[in-house]
Design a protein around this ligand. Sequence first.
Ligand code: HEM
Length: 205
Amino acid sequence: MFGGTETIASVIEWAMAEMIRSPADLSRVQQELVDVVGVDRRVQDSDFEKLTFLRRAIKETLRLQPPVPLLQHETADDADIGGYAIPKQAQVVVNAWAINRDPEAWDEPETFKPSRFLKEGAPDFKGSNFEFIPFCSGWRSCPGMQLALYTLELAVAHLLHCFTWDLPDGMKLSELDMNDVFGLTLPRAERLVAIPTPSLQFPLF
Ligand code: HEM
């Protein structure tokens, strides 16, 4: 299995890139952090329950950039799926990346839009909404999901609460390369380079 660290590092980088490229969402997440946490202390575990937009921005990142895009399994028995006969012990590859962007399931599937998850009945990734499967589903789904979510939320919350972020050398948002390298994992084709400026009213170190 791919390391938990590589998957998490990739999603943190994608989340930062998606938000920098979407200033309205970035400013909504940062305002939420100021409203919930303030500017004179750091984020704590007890804050996460109230950081609803930040958590949806991470969900949306996992939809667009699942770090395990292809799920490889073997059928235990003969099966019939959508009229296709799949024999026992067939190798089946599920393209989670394509499913998470299926235009029949998602409105504007290519657009980073965390607010889609604010709607009543929006899909969740706990395993029963098959249009959204960044952690797969069923008894071989990711056992590290809760740890991964906690780590992702904590890291991104600190990065966005403690700093404001700018692209280097007057680079425009439209120039940010959002290509990936498609394979067993889904890293960015070009590393994200962004300049942090401290934003809190106390020394960070
Ligand atoms: C954003 C972070 C992560 C994502 C999106 C993710 C996603 C996945 C997916 C999709 C699978 C199933 C693969 C398949 O069915 O072919 C999986 C399996 C697994 N993951 Fe994760 N993972 C993440 C982080 C972690 C972490 C932090 C750990 C451990 C600390 C972990 C441990 C595992 C293990 C042990 C399996 C194999 C389970 C089995 O084969 O029964 N993952 N992960």
